[in-house]
Design a protein. Sequence first.
Length: 196
Amino acid sequence: MCNEAARRIALGQLREDWGQTRIPLSFPEGLPNMAPLDGFRITDHTVIIRAAGASVEGGAELVTRRWSWPGAGGKPVYNFRSDGRTLDKGRCLIPVDQFYEFTAPEDPKIKRKTKWAFRLVGHDWFCIAGLWRSEASVGEAFTMLTCPPGADMEPYHSRQVVVLGRDDWGRWLDPAVPSAQLCRPLPAGSLTAARA
């Protein structure tokens, strides 16, 4: 599953584009250092957007958190299946401009897997649906949600992260919106894939 993504968007563009949601965005920990990341991986820190209070009516906040929390046997929980679950607590958005998946090497003589970059058609950046929670050993951390693969992902992987376009950002942060309405693959032609 997805264990690497890129976030090269500048804070100014994020703020401007987020303004289209008409949901106030605050920075309770101050403006973050959003140096471009060509790749962030499990246990790295990156920005997430979450409801500022019990619901999105109180606005949203941008904070920096760790990707993954410790799971059973110490394995990191960096992806979490959304299928059949009611996910109404701890929702967050992970801003990215692309995420990566890996396939078996095309040449059997080469052991290195083929890396593919996926982007949302027509958008400079988008969000992946996630959950955040507090863990005693690592503090607050987040995970990316997954769903069955859509037509664009099926040739590459048996699962995919939940990709949300701008129209769904506010809906995802609203716990009153059933998670099953949003945790689904996008229609064919929504994602592009290119070798990274």
